[in-house]
Design a protein around this ligand. Structure first.
Ligand code: ADP
Length: 542
């Protein structure tokens, strides 16, 4: 028998309509590329998004067609999030940290009809434009007074605020099929060529419900949310949508992502919740430590995208009384898959045991199903010891890459994440490695992240990266690359002594190399494959 409930499609525009109606006076604050702070309210956002939807129609952008953005976190980008997806086109967020060749590849592959960009990225646009055929229009996200003088651009350059001014704010968001595409994001390419993940309205709204929950990112109408994670990277982990759903105040940092700028914004706007990758938080902590700064409003911070070292969790929680939510996700998962929130049993654990739990990537959200398997695909137990390939499936997991209809990435209906993980009996998943980063010593796996976590406990260590280096006897052995604090006199022997006793003897790296910096990818993650190319033969030549 069929249920007798309404069939209301799950649509991105509904989030904006909800925010306008129920939280219309809630504030959105943006640090702009132009340098100043901009403030307005959800009702202004909704009104301008409707104007922009009319402008897109005026530009002839049809349903399903892609609209590129090359922009920081800010209110204009937010308007495009809703104007583009809400009117049935596909928002394609471009990552400006990618190489020009990759950007051109992605724009052509996605067949973007128009590209909106922040002024910061004008030089990038000038390099990319001659290499791409699909976009006919580029739009500078600024007002007339700040429009750049550009010569030699073969395509039309338009002004964002002109488009807004020229169009009416009456627009009825169309009743779309909830399975139609809403946005597109290419994987950041730490491994292989970028691949497009095409989200649907339905997957986006379901992800929004799931990720907002108390044991997920824990967002409410009383929160002031600062998404540091870029809107060009997996929809800023869904926070723009979540903020609309719950009616939270939003604070956008624009291009200023250094420790001082973030700290000042957090304090000035009384931010309660923020989210970003560990490298960003390192900058914030360093600034707070150097200036004696404390956080007067921050309640918790979501750290993900790369493993969050225990030392960072401890710094936030002990020194600053800011709770850390360690989260794991992927572009292919919209992105949130697991969040490390305690169950009741963990609340009474001693602090060191609690930190050990928080080093894990956490429990699966409802909507994401996970399992670990061995090399033959057989499911492995959740005993907290055995590690295997992590597979997922669920409402917001991709089943196919964009423009890649012939091949499916799935294995028996499950998406192989490329991560290696163990899961404990309480369901807390812990990534031990990416399958490519695993160190295989004498046929046994060594977790590079465990070793990094321990190295981070040393007070003189700023960055720790453990890679597999080829070894004449053991195939591979761990090699530790360290960036140390500027005035530190730490030696490799001292650091190895420090590590000794904290892990199994055979896991201890054979050597430490001190480096000035480590290469970071487009989303702030360490490019381990580059380091492997550079240092992978260390033990062969030693
Ligand atoms: P890319 O795979 O191109 O780097 P993503 O941003 O989608 O792009 O990265 C997803 C990957 O990032 C995951 O598969 C995992 O390897 C890693 N990752 C994400 N969050 C965490 C985390 N909390 N701890 C460890 N690794 C993480």
């Amino acid at each position: 028998m069929e249920g007798l409930m309404m069939q209301q499609p799950l649509l991105v525009a509904s989030l904006l309509m909800h925010a306008e109606r129920h939280h219309g006076t809630q504030e959105i604050v943006s640090r702009r590329v132009e340098g100043d702070i901009h403030r307005y309210r959800y009702r202004d956002l909704a009104q301008r998004a409707r104007r922009m939807a009319n402008a897109l129609a005026g530009l002839g952008i049809g349903k399903g067609e892609r609209v590129g953005t090359l922009a920081w976190n800010g209110y204009r980008h937010m308007e495009l999030y809703f104007a583009v997806s809400g009117s049935g086109s596909v928002l394609h967020t471009l990552n400006p940290r990618l190489h020009v060749d990759q950007l051109a590849y992605i724009i052509e592959h996605a067949q973007d009809r128009v590209v909106f960009f922040d002024l910061t990225f004008l030089p990038l646009i000038e390099s990319v434009a001659p290499r791409v055929k699909s976009p006919k229009v580029f739009v500078a996200m600024t007002d007339r007074a700040h429009m750049p003088q550009v010569h030699g651009l073969s395509v039309e350059l338009m002004c964002y605020e002109d488009l807004i001014d020229l169009h009416d704010d009456v627009f009825d968001w169309p009743l779309l099929d909830e399975n139609s595409a809403s946005s597109l994001c290419y994987t950041s390419g730490t491994t292989g060529n970028p691949k497009g993940v095409l989200y649907s309205h339905r997957s986006t709204v379901l992800h929004t419900y799931g990720a907002a929950l108390p044991d997920s990112l824990n967002c409410s109408a009383r929160d002031v949310i600062l998404p540091v994670v870029p809107m060009f990277h997996v929809n800023a982990w869904g926070l723009p949508y979540i903020a609309c759903m719950v009616g939270a105040k939003l604070v956008f940092p624009g291009p200023a992502l250094d420790g001082r700028s973030l700290y000042e914004l957090i304090e000035a706007e009384q931010v309660t919740l923020s989210a970003g990758v560990p490298t960003v938080w390192q900058g914030l902590l360093t600034h707070a430590d150097a200036t004696g700064g404390t956080f007067s409003s921050m309640r918790h911070t979501v750290i993900g995208g790369a493993p969050c070292p225990t030392a960072m969790t401890a710094a936030f929680q002990q020194r600053h009384r800011v709770d850390v939510l360690h989260a794991w996700g992927m572009t292919e998962l919209s992105p949130v898959g697991t969040v490390c929130s305690f169950k009741t049993a963990q609340l009474s654990l001693p602090m060191t045991d609690q930190y050990a739990v928080q080093a894990k990537q956490g429990r699966a959200l409802f909507g994401v199903d996970m399992k670990i398997v061995d090399a033959n695909g057989a499911e492995l137990p959740w005993d907290g010891n055995v590690a295997g390939d992590l597979l997922v499936r669920g409402h917001w997991v991709t089943r196919q890459y964009f423009g890649n209809d012939d091949t499916s990435p799935l294995r028996d209906g499950w998406f192989p994440t490329g991560d290696v993980a163990k899961i404990d009996p309480d369901g807390f998943m812990q990534i031990t490695d990416r399958s490519k980063d695993v160190i295989k010593s004498g046929g046994e796996w060594i977790s590079s992240t465990d070793i990094e976590n321990i190295a981070y406990l040393h007070p003189d260590v700023t960055a720790a990266v453990c890679i597999a280096a080829r070894h004449p006897k053991w195939d591979e052995r761990p090699l530790l690359l360290i960036v140390k604090k500027p005035d530190s006199e730490l030696t490799g022997v001292e650091l190895l002594d420090f590590i000794d006793g904290r892990i199994a003897k055979w896991w201890k790296p054979d050597a430490v190399i001190f480096v000035e910096s480590v290469p970071l990818g487009a989303t702030g993650k360490v490019l381990k494959h580059q380091l492997r190319e550079q240092f992978g033969n260390h033990y062969l030549s030693a």
